[in-house]
Design a protein around this ligand. Structure first.
Ligand SMILES: [Zn+2]
Length: 289
């Protein structure tokens, strides 16, 4: 099996994107692993600080390792949005394949200094772990929203500039970069998300020549995804769409089976709803018709 670094290089070259999906329970993991297996695609499982605390950080690693080692599936584990060196150390020690250090809301010089410290620490422990840095504020929280998250960059002057991106990656030594290109975490309740700045993605890609990660993919249009991937996005994060599908399936399962108490039977519909989202997104990201 290829390493995550090799899968990234391959996706980068072929101008396709690896899907990154967050989990906080077994139902989501099962749906992701099933669909990735069905489509024969590598995928990345993400856990935020809250998600990995809920599931237990060691269990997250054991579950993903099992898929890889005992089921032969190229599934990798990312410590999504990690905000401190202390939490980075826990993820490294537990066996994560990738880590996102999120200094996106910090002033650029402080972000560079903290991210550099993280890269140096991670590489001193295990050179194979992929480190991602974040430059620009894309808001926080994978939720269905009515308005833009506080502080999120949406005006062109607030988005990540190619020259800043180059300075950031050179100074920190990160393996991948998550820029602010009009993307926001979460999705709008009744409308598509704001359009992505495709020319900016291409400009950043040209400057840094590293895999770029699109956060907050939920709610963006198919056309924007396709164009963003062509412009240089190598990983797309989807979380809120899966959460919403989980809830929709759960509500329907409870309603249809008012006397059922077996969790695995009630979860079946949640898993099916999540699989619909996963198939649609993974096909789009990988140019599968
Ligand atoms: Zn994110």
């Amino acid at each position: 099996m290829k390493t995550l670094r090799e899968y990234l290089a391959d996706a980068d070259k072929r101008r396709v994107a690896i899907g990154h999906f967050n989990i906080s329970d077994i139902a989501a993991l099962k749906a992701i692993a099933d669909v990735a297996g069905e489509l024969k695609l590598p995928v990345i499982i993400g856990t935020s600080e809250g998600e990995r605390e809920f599931l237990d950080i060691h269990d997250c690693v054991a579950l993903v390792k099992d898929l890889r080692e005992n089921h032969g599936q190229p599934v990798f584990l990312n410590a999504d949005h990690t905000h401190s060196l202390e939490k980075v150390k826990l993820a490294v020690g537990s066996g994560y394949d990738a880590i996102l250090f999120d200094g996106g809301t910090l002033p650029i010089d402080e972000n560079i200094q903290k991210t550099k410290e993280v890269v140096e620490y991670v590489k001193s422990k295990n050179k194979n772990i992929i480190v991602e840095g974040e430059l620009g504020n894309i808001g926080s929280g994978s939720t269905v929203r009515k308005e833009l998250p506080k502080g999120a960059a949406i005006k062109p002057e607030d988005l990540t500039k190619p020259e800043d991106a180059l300075r950031f990656v050179k100074a920190t030594g990160v393996d991948m970069l998550a820029p602010a290109v009009g993307n926001i975490h979460g999705m709008f309740a009744n409308a598509p998300d704001p359009a992505l700045d495709i020319a900016r993605i291409a400009g950043i890609k040209k400057a840094v020549k590293l895999p770029l990660v699109l956060h907050g993919g939920s709610g963006n249009t198919d056309a924007d995804f396709a164009a963003a991937i062509q412009a240089g996005i190598t990983i797309v994060h989807i979380s809120t769409e899966l959460r919403a599908a989980w809830r929709k399936g759960m509500e329907s399962g409870l309603q249809k089976n008012p006397d059922e108490v077996a969790p695995y039977k009630l979860m079946a519909e949640s898993i099916e709803e999540m699989k619909k989202v996963l198939r649609q997104r993974l096909r789009l990201f990988n140019n599968l018709r």
